[in-house]
Ligand binder design. Sequence first.
Ligand SMILES: [Zn+2]
Length: 67
Amino acid sequence: MMRCPNCRTKDIGKLGVNSYYCWGCYIELTLENGVLHLHQVELDGSLSSLDDLFDEQERREGEAYGH
Ligand SMILES: [Zn+2]
C-alpha cells in the first residue's frame, strides 16, 4: 500500500499512470524512476515542488510502499 511521505496517510488517490493525490495533506505525488516527487497545488492552480523537504530515501518507492 502506498503511503504519503509527508503525512504518512494511506489515503492516496490515483490520478494517472504515475501520478497520485494525497487526501491527507492535499498534495500531488508523481512517481518517476522509483522516486516520488511531491507538489503542492497553489490557489491559482500552479504547482510548487515540495521535494526539498524530503531526502531522496524518504521518497523512494520502497519506502512509500512500506516495503
Ligand atoms: Zn499526505
